[in-house]
Each structure stands twice: as C-alpha cells, then as structure tokens.
Design a protein around this ligand. Structure first.
Ligand code: TRP
Length: 345
C-alpha cells in the first residue's frame, strides 16, 4: 500500500494516443516474395488505408537491428534494407499516409530494449519457439541477440505506444511475449504502455513452390513477385501440385493443391478454375500457366515502381529519413517518461 497516492507511479495516467497506433516491423530480406506480400504487406496497406480514414497513425519499420542476428555482411545489409523499403512503397505503402522508417534510424529503441531486459525473466526468452529453432538452424552463431530478439520487438512497438500489430500467425509467440514484457513493466513502474494486440492477416501461411514448407527465402521455394516475368514463370511452373494426380485424366483435388490455393488471391473466378481441376477438364500445367500470367499482371505496376525507386537510392533515403524524423518526438517523449518512471536522470 502506498501512503501518498500522488507520488505513486501507478496513480499517474498513461500518456496514450487517443486512437491506438498501428505498428509493424519487417526484416530487410531484400526483394520480397509472394509469401511476404500475401502474409504481411497486403495487410499493412489495407490497415494504412483504414487508418487514414479513422485518423489513426500507422507506422512501419524495416527492422535492420533484428536482422543483425543473422546477416553479418555489411554490403548485403545496406542493399537489402533499401530493397525492402522500395518494395514496401512499390506494393502500396504511401509515405504520405503512413510512416515508413528504418529501425536503426531511431536508436532510442535500443535504450528501451535494454530497460525492458531488466524486467524480462531469462526463462521467458529461453522458452520462445523461434529461439529454440534458431539455435538449431545456426548452431555456429547462437548470439545473445537471438535470445533477446523479442525484447527488442516489444520495444519497437511500444516506443510509439502502438497497440495494433499486423503480423502473420508465426509471430504469435513474439507478440505474446511483448504483451508479457509490457505487463511486467507496467506492474513494476506503473501503467505506461498499452498492451499490444495482434491483427492477423487473412492469408496466414503461404506455402512455397515445394507445396510443403512455408515460403521462405532461406529455403529457396519462393515466387519473386517483383522479378522479371520469365523468372516468375519459371518459379510458378516448378510448383508441386496435387501429388496424387499422376495422369492428366486423373481428377485433381484443389483443396490440397497449392497452385489452386494461390488462385484464390488472383481472381474472383478461382472456383471455376478449381472445377476444371476436379473434372480433369484442365491439367496442372494449364492452371500453373494461368497463375503465372495472373501474378505477372497483378504486380506489373509494382514491378515498374520498384525499378524506379531502386534506381534512385537518394530519393529513397530521403523518404526514409523523413519517416524517422517524423516520429522522433514520440520516441523522445516516451523515453523521457520511461526514464523518469525508472528513477533515471
Ligand atoms: N519479428 C518480426 C518478423 O520476423 C519482425 C519484427 C520486428 C516485428 N519488430 C517487430 C513485427 C514489431 C511486428 C512488430 O517478422
């Protein structure tokens, strides 16, 4: 029990934005693939548009600090940051209606991550599924950043007091941890941060061209939507379909065929396409060819915009610098509040 309520940090009202802000981060993996777009970027764009009509702020971040846990080539890092930023704009993020910035351009987040380290039990981090996975995937490089990755992610979100986080299902454990870290901070130092909430996309997991694993650059099973049309054709034609459909005359099973599933996203007539497969009126090759041409057409505008943006890195840099500047006051205000609550000067 506190005797003087006005001196208790818990008694102070939180300085929260009136309308919860939206925040998400994406790793600088270079030119994004279909899985990145269907699983995350499309949702960023939809939320940006919705946020604009609601008078809400949407903030999107290329998380280069996070990428340092596995990318150690400076030249590659610099290139992939700009490629991802260019792609986000090309695919529909509008720097006038949302804030797009590079994580390391707002370094306050590293200070907040350190402060959050001191409220986060090691056990929570050791139990995180992605940490266990990474330890197996890169046993020669189990750096501390892999362990504290979710702490930095929590700091990313709440440095801007954001509460709505568009992410794929695979990020659910990280978001749960963000919520726990925020609760731990609020419990110790008083209500300071909103608890972030996940906003899941409608296309949770996109399988790769192998039809069995999640589409991922590291596996090499991607469809590179911003690549040249011939590359897209090659990647789509390599897709594994219904493995039980051996003869052209065998009926297909659209519900288990990855090509058929992808058609959902590229035309309202996908059920007709499925019917063609079921009745063996069409073969897998026809359905793949059609998918390739639809993907090429769908991303034609984005492909052009991406080319222009990457050809002018100065302009791109200026857009990103402006994004980081725009949110500087929010980051500075949060850090002043946090330092005071923790008794730092
Ligand atoms: N961990 C996320 C991923 O790999 C990226 C990320 C970093 C993020 N910081 C974030 C996502 C904050 C949402 C909010 O995809």
């Amino acid at each position: 029990m506190t005797t003087d309520a006005s001196a208790s940090p818990a008694a102070r009202p939180p300085s929260l934005p009136v309308k919860p802000r939206i925040f998400s981060g994406i790793q600088p993996t270079g030119r994004p693939h279909l899985g990145n777009d269907l699983g995350a970027i499309r949702n960023y764009v939809a939320l940006q548009d919705k946020a604009a009509t609601e008078g809400r702020e949407a903030i999107y971040c290329v998380v280069d600090y996070h990428a340092l846990t596995h990318v150690h080539d400076p030249e590659l890092m610099g290139r992939q940051i700009l490629e991802m930023a260019a792609a986000l704009i090309a695919l529909g993020l509008d720097p006038k209606r949302c804030t797009l910035f590079v994580q390391s351009d707002r370094p306050e987040v590293t200070e907040l991550a350190w402060l959050f380290n001191t409220v986060t039990p090691v056990g929570w981090l050791m139990r995180t599924p992605t940490y266990k996975e990474k330890r197996l995937n890169q046993p020669e490089d189990v750096n501390t950043g892999l362990l504290t990755y979710p702490v930095l992610q929590a700091a990313d979100i709440v440095l801007y007091k954001a509460a709505l986080v568009p992410i794929g299902r695979d990020q659910a454990p990280h978001l749960e941890l963000s919520r726990e870290i925020v609760r731990a901070f609020n419990a110790r130092y008083g209500e300071t941060f909103p608890e972030p909430q996940a906003v899941y996309t409608e296309a949770p997991t996109v399988l790769g061209t192998d039809g069995s694993k999640k589409m991922s650059k590291s596996i090499g099973n991607t469809i590179e939507i911003l690549g040249e049309p011939d590359l897209i054709r090659k990647q789509v034609m390599s897709m594994v379909t219904d493995t039980q459909r051996i003869m052209r005359s065998d009926p297909g099973r659209p519900e288990v065929c990855n090509v058929c599933q992808m058609h959902r996203h590229f035309g309202a007539d996908y059920q007709e396409i499925w019917e063609g497969e079921r009745t063996a009126r069409t073969g897998c090759v026809d359905t793949k060819k059609l998918l390739a041409e639809r993907i090429i057409a769908h991303y034609a505008g984005a492909r052009e915009a991406y080319k222009e943006l990457t050809a002018d890195p100065k302009r791109l840099r200026a857009i990103l610098d402006e994004g980081a500047e725009r949110i500087r006051p929010i980051a500075e205000a949060t850090m002043a509040e946090v330092r005071e609550r923790m008794g730092l000067r």
